[in-house]
Write a protein that binds this ligand. Structure first.
Ligand code: ADP
Ligand code: MG
Length: 381
């Protein structure tokens, strides 16, 4: 992102120079998919793509919100009135954060805010969480306040539930708020505890490949899987599938339908793989980490039924490349992105192969980019 260009755009729009700049990144989940709502573990990294915010105080008691990705859809809110969701749809993300900060006791500062993001919107790299966390940090900075970063993440999650009404987990906001360069974040979705895991092997890099497809199925498919997990846990007499292991699941197999059993098997094995992946990272054992990624993909494809042919094709073309440790779909599935862990000196070649294979098969190219584990939300100026 070119910060000077953003400042110039701000000056043009609001007729004055901005007072501050903050940024909050998007994310990819390395492993631990569909485990969050089963009280399990996730292991995301922040990526270099981020939402950037410039802001300046105003003296008319209003909050002005504008985004370079939503031209002509600016909005102003009177801070003397309650903040309510509504049109334009995009503004519900930042308005929700403002409303939650006010509810938490912050005297909201009147200010003008301009957003710009290079996180692709709707690709599963969490442009929404980066927008929320960036909003929170900007409003806090404008008010001369700070807040514990995990508390900020929870507040942003509550905002996404309440305003755009998306029933998201805590992972996206947590990694955007807490990400650290050269670290992955182990997040325990049961108790909210976090651990920074060094991920600083100069010989390994993460590639992100964007299918640029969002299958219709995703909304209903997600809700159905949550329900199947919930039912499976209930039938097994457990608070959550986190409390099962494979032998316990096998023992209770007769209680479950075949679908419930397969959904539960994915969750139980994925939680175990996530903890094994943490050990592999600590040992800098990239081949082991890569094997766990392939196993995660197979489980999501075969037991959880959330992959699609575009994601499967990307994983297979990465697998065919020299220098690939492992690959898997990432995010909720039915489209979105795949990731590959590859040798740094072969990353360019692997990226080109994935894009070329994709074009051969689906008739269009897909964006593929490398990212190190990047920093989380930060005050830039
Ligand atoms: P993602 O996987 O990218 O998080 P979501 O559907 O959860 O996809 O969130 C995308 C929505 O977030 C957009 O439709 C838009 O309303 C909002 N959004 C994200 N980034 C921006 C931005 N830079 N400017 C305005 N709105 C944004
Ligand atoms: Mg989102």
């Amino acid at each position: 992102m070119n910060v000077d260009e953003l400042k110039t755009a701000f000056a043009k729009m609001f007729g004055r120079s901005p007072s501050g700049v903050v940024a909050a990144p998007g994310r990819v989940n390395l492993i631990g998919e569909h485990t969050d709502y089963n009280d399990g573990y996730v292991l995301p990294i922040a990526i270099e793509l981020a939402t950037w915010v410039t802001w300046a105080p105003r003296d008319d008691g209003r909050l002005a919100l504008a985004s370079l990705q939503q031209p002509g859809r600016e909005i102003e809110v009177d801070l003397c009135e309650p903040i309510l969701p509504g049109e334009p749809a995009w503004s519900n993300y930042p308005k929700g954060v403002a409303a939650m900060l006010a509810k938490a006791g912050l005297a909201l500062p009147a200010c003008s805010i301009l957003f710009s993001s290079n996180v692709p919107i709707g690709s599963g790299l969490s442009s929404s969480a980066s927008l929320e966390v960036a909003t929170g940090l900007a409003l806090l900075a404008a008010a001369g306040q700070d807040m514990d970063r995990y508390e900020l993440a929870k507040l942003c999650q509550a905002a996404e539930h309440a305003f755009p009404e998306v029933p998201c987990g805590i992972m996206d906001q947590a990694i955007s708020a807490l990400g650290r360069a050269d670290h992955a974040l182990l997040l325990d979705c049961r108790d909210g505890s976090t651990q920074q895991i060094p991920f600083d092997d100069p010989d390994a890099v993460v590639l992100v490949a964007d299918t640029q497809v969002a299958h219709e199925l995703s909304d209903g498919g997600y809700a159905a899987r949550r329900q199947q997990c919930h039912t499976a846990a209930e039938k097994l007499g457990l608070a959550a599938l986190r409390d099962a292991d494979l032998p316990a699941l096998e023992a209770g197999r007769n209680e479950l339908t075949d679908i419930e059993f397969r959904r539960a098997r994915h969750v139980v094995t994925e939680i175990a793989r996530t903890l094994q992946a943490v050990d592999a990272l600590k040992d800098r054992d990239m081949p082991r980490f890569g094997e766990l990624m392939y196993a995660s993909h197979a489980s999501l494809r075969d037991d959880y039924d959330v992959s699609c042919e575009e994601l499967d094709a990307m994983v297979e073309s990465a697998r065919g490349c020299e220098g690939t440790f492992g690959a898997r779909m990432t995010g909720g599935g039915f489209g979105g992105c795949a990731i590959a862990l590859v040798r740094s000196n072969q990353a360019q070649a692997v990226a080109e192969t994935i894009a070329a294979d994709y074009e051969d098969r689906f008739g269009r190219r897909c964006p593929v980019f490398a990212t190190p584990p990047a920093a989380g939300a930060r005050i830039v100026e």
